[in-house]
Design a protein around this ligand. Structure first.
Ligand SMILES: [Zn+2]
Length: 578
């Protein structure tokens, strides 16, 4: 038997042993899976006795049900059960890590054993309350199933539960990480749960209730601890900082809370670490640096690259991050959170309380969100979420990030239905808002079309002078088309055509640019910059100027005019016609 804290003889208090599992500070939100539970730790905080630094989360650990943050449904039900004497023999506290499960179990133990109880409001002053709070109580036995997995330990419990409590009314067994028990130990525990002595209360604590057998689950009254909402974590941190005399900026508190992902204990550990390492007021930049978080500017740059289909920029930013030592999964999680916020802002009437970002960023984020159709944001979430899962197991997590960004920025590369849908949605978006193109620019110094609809003539000099702006326009729309076009130069303007000449060795670019998607995009840019409806002809150097392309099908012309150049028309294969 290796209980977490030994019970010394009464009257000879000794300092508590270091806990079996020291609280750890993590680089960011962690999954609940035990496989990753201890990865990414950047510091360990632990108390080694009364003289050592007492971590904030221990110091400010809630001592009453009312102090527990963000778990009102749980504490309300427990309070009323205690008040009415309907206490169960076995409870299962499940939920995300760091959300107050073990803390609540200890408060329950105090409520049951307080000398002025049982009471929903333990006094925290009597000997029983103090012993439980300090971990000295002989009637509250905390076990860590991860290290007490064997059948012998559970057998010992089975024998000891027959004994009456040492001083209190109840013996309370708190079994942490209950899903880690071996099958034999589970069976032994089950036998105890089947015929529990009247003075015993079991509290099984787990982050993974699905790993417990149904036979045990069915004998427990179950409470689900939810992730603590960011706003409540912020408020709790603010109060702790105030009482500790720490100066922490609101932005910093928000950053800590968001990174903790609903785990108050993690948030408190981060605040602790900052208090120890930062001299003077704690700023948002301190948090970003300590946790290796993604700066808002980086997230904005990636979002903008996705919106403008600028895959090259997206990949460059990703490469900088990975080479700068950022954790790929942390990057993906941050992007996930960001796109989730954008979706909420895009669809919710009143996003307050639903968006994790601080409120002063709402206007900026709302502006970003308007650049996407809701369906596009959903697609982004599903792609990023899949990539995050992939990065967890992949030997090449970087590839997962890059592929996700590529597919986000270039839905036209995505062969699936989702990609097709994304293309259609972009088109619809464009049709709905003809007056506000995605990238607003000052009106080009180009001649405006006359009211008669006849384009003014454009000279070769004008075309050559404004060619760089055409290239920019193309680049903003699609980096690949820009790469193909970059070597070309206007060579002539004749008969409603702009002839663009390419240097030797440009056969591939010439051939590829004939694809209606590229050609359409270039012609669209020419029209936008030069203000003239010119056909573009791509020609090889010194070669005989190829004849102007055959006039297009009038139906295609009309459709292109209506839908814009981004839609691709190609002749149907004979098989497809039937
Ligand atoms: Zn008491």
């Amino acid at each position: 038997m290796r209980p977490r804290s030994s019970a010394p003889r009464r009257g000879t208090p000794t300092p508590p042993r270091p806990p079996a599992r020291p609280p750890s500070l993590r680089t960011g939100p962690r999954s609940t899976s035990s496989a990753s539970a201890f990865s990414g730790r950047i510091a360990v905080l632990t108390s080694h006795g009364p003289m050592a630094h007492l971590s904030l989360y221990r110091k400010w650990r809630p001592q009453s049900f009312d102090d527990v943050v963000g778990q009102e449904p749980v504490t309300r039900t427990l309070r009323s059960a205690i008040a009415s004497g309907r206490v169960a023999h076995a409870y299962l506290f499940s939920g995300h890590r760091g959300t107050g499960k073990t803390t609540t179990a200890r408060i329950l133990a105090k409520a049951l054993n307080c000398e002025r109880g049982p009471t929903p409001d333990p006094c925290n002053a009597c000997e029983a309350c103090r012993a439980i709070a300090d971990g000295f109580s002989m009637d509250v036995i905390e076990l860590d199933a991860a290290s007490n997995r064997g059948i012998d330990e559970i057998r010992e419990i089975r024998e000891r539960v027959r004994l009456a409590p040492a001083s209190g009314r109840y013996k309370v067994y708190i079994l942490d990480e209950a899903h880690m028990l071996t099958t034999e130990a589970e069976n032994a525990l089950l036998k105890t749960l089947e015929e529990p002595p009247p003075h015993v209360v079991f509290v099984l604590v787990t982050t993974e209730p699905h790993r417990l057998p149904a036979t045990i689950l069915s004998r427990c009254q179950r409470f689900e601890f939810r992730r603590i909402p960011t706003a409540q974590v912020v408020e709790r941190l603010r109060r702790i900082a105030e009482r500790e005399g720490l100066s922490v900026s609101p932005g910093a508190l928000h950053r800590i809370a968001r990174a903790a992902d609903g785990a108050l204990r993690d948030a408190e550990s981060v605040l602790d670490q900052l208090a120890a390492s930062v001299a003077g007021p704690i700023s948002e930049a301190d948090v970003v640096r300590l946790l290796g978080l993604l700066e808002d500017e980086v997230v904005d740059a990636l979002t903008e690259a996705v919106r403008t289909q600028d895959a090259a920029t997206a990949l460059r930013v990703a490469s900088d991050l990975v080479e700068g030592g950022r954790d790929v999964r942390a990057v993906l999680r941050r992007l996930l959170g960001h796109f989730r916020d954008l979706l909420v802002l895009r669809v919710a009437q009143d996003p307050r309380g639903l968006v994790d970002a601080p409120e002063d960023r709402y206007p900026h984020l709302a502006e970003q969100a308007r650049g996407f159709a809701p369906e596009a944001l959903l697609r982004a979430l599903s792609l990023l979420s899949a990539a995050e899962g992939e990065a967890r197991w992949s030997a090449h997590p970087r590839l997962a990030l890059e592929l996700a960004l590529l597919r986000l920025a270039r839905p036209d590369l995505d062969p699936g239905l989702e990609g097709l849908r994304a293309r259609v949605e972009r088109l619809e978006q464009r049709l709905k808002t003809p007056q506000s193109p995605p990238r607003p620019e000052p009106a080009p110094p180009a001649p405006q079309p006359t009211s008669l609809g006849v384009d003014p003539p454009v000279s070769l000099e004008q075309a050559a002078a404004r060619w760089p702006r055409v290239l920019e326009e193309v680049k903003a729309k699609r980096a690949y088309t820009f790469a193909l076009l970059a070597e070309g130069q206007p060579a002539a303007v004749e008969a409603g055509r702009l002839v663009v000449r390419f240097p030797p060795g440009s056969e591939f670019a010439l051939r590829t640019l004939e694809d209606p998607r590229h050609r359409g995009l270039v012609e669209h840019a020419v029209r936008a910059v030069l203000g003239s409806e010119l056909r573009v002809q791509f020609v090889a150097p010194d070669g005989p100027a190829s004849p102007p392309a055959a006039p297009r099908d009038p139906l295609v012309e009309q459709a292109t005019h209506l839908l814009g150049p981004a839609v691709a028309f190609r002749p149907l294969d004979p098989e497809e016609r039937s």
